[in-house]
Write a protein that binds this ligand. Structure first.
Ligand code: FES
Length: 102
């Protein structure tokens, strides 16, 4: 059964911003890539830095610790291609953003 996680409201995540929550042992986030909202895991596969402190640019997010890059459309790691981050559906109800955990 899926679970909807309330992440915040649209005003919390303007373009270029990342809104993160820790759900039990995992970090998940809403990434705003030039107005496009993306739900994705936000725990770097290298040494588990939070990608919420990373930079979004040209459809990618760059980890703040050692600069691994991830493609926001696919979740694929562009630095070490055997890794990828899970993507999650988002639902917007009014101004509120929910992330759907399967
Ligand atoms: S922890 Fe993300 S690149 Fe090292």
């Amino acid at each position: 059964m899926s679970q909807k996680i309330k992440m915040g409201v649209l005003a919390d995540v303007p373009p270029g911003a990342i809104l993160e929550k820790r759900i039990m042992a995992r970090r998940v986030a809403v990434f705003n890539d030039s107005g496009r909202l993306i739900g994705m895991e936000s725990d770097c596969k290298h040494m588990h830095a939070s990608l919420a402190k990373g930079d979004i640019s040209n459809g990618t997010v760059t980890c703040p610790w050692h600069s691994w890059k991830y493609d926001l459309a696919s979740g694929k790691c562009l630095t070490v291609d055997k890794f990828s981050l899970k993507k999650y559906d988002l639902e917007i109800e009014g101004e509120t953003i929910y992330l759907v955990l399967p």
